[in-house]
Design a protein around this ligand. Sequence first.
Ligand code: PMP
Length: 353
Amino acid sequence: MKRWEEHVRKVVPYTPGEQPNCQGMIKLNTNENPYPPAPGVQKALEELTPESFRLYPDPAASELVNALAEYYGKDRDRFFVGVGSDDVIAMAFQTFFNSETPILFPDISYSFYSVWAELFGVPYRCPALDEEFRLVKEDYFAENGGIIFPNPNAPTGLYLGLEAVEEIVANNPDSVVIVDEAYVDFAGPSAMELVDRYDNLLVVQTFSKSRSMAGLRIGFAYGQPQLIRYLNDVKYSFNSYTMNLPSLKLGAAALKDRAYFEHTVEKIKATRERVKKELAALGFHFPDSGSNFIFASHETCPARELFEALKKENIYVRYFASPRISNYLRITVGTDDEMDALLEFLKSYLNKK
Ligand code: PMP
């Protein structure tokens, strides 16, 4: 090792899902939306000119923040925006998880949490989900330096009812509780409705899934103004211009079309429910997903084998070689045609065995 390497911050990075670019592939591995963004996004894109890139964007991201405030009928000072919810959550880790007492998140959840905790030197503890991958709310009543969990959980897809979420928030008045709602639009009510009553609750959402804009990188947090002020103080101490101009304009345009959004989400939910039935008939079992993916395990065929076989067929799903979940595949809900191709292949592959 060279001398200077002794002082390098060494981390084990998060591994994002593959982004292969093969002709005719069926991409069900990173929970993207198979449908295009709202038509208004195309119009807003056409209005952008190279000249508009000459100046710095608005550091307060007002156009997008105002659009969110209008969409949700809430005050502007309750919203914070970032470069995908990854950026928002990373910023929230730096802002709110600053205690010697370990923060808590489930043993099976978004694998980026432990990466941020390591990067920022935040101690953490991971209570185990139960045998059926359900979060045990009482585990989060113990002393802690903060709490974060996805709802629905990833990669299991299980949605935790708002009553349980509220109990966790109410039992932790001395720490900030972050609910990562990347997939909530496919599930049930958002914890946003609890924010009026809890000054320690931060809800994080994204435009990457239900709004079909993973490529633009837009995420946001919703909380009481005091939390949002603290987040902004850290953001302005790090990078004033996190949001680029196209993201501000196109993100705001996407929010104008509520009907398109609701229609797309309903289509994905309908496909998901159909695919659940068909997977079950093929011998798969899975937690009852409330998200745009299904976390499935086959009764006889190992997940890793299926993952490789699907990949040879140009069908990409996600496989995690991690404890407790190494016999599961996380399958994004694509279009009906894509899911039919997946089911067709699984049927013939499993039949030949
Ligand atoms: N939270 C969860 C639970 C996720 O699965 C993802 C997607 N990888 C994210 C946050 C981050 O999504 P994005 O940065 O695209 O908003």
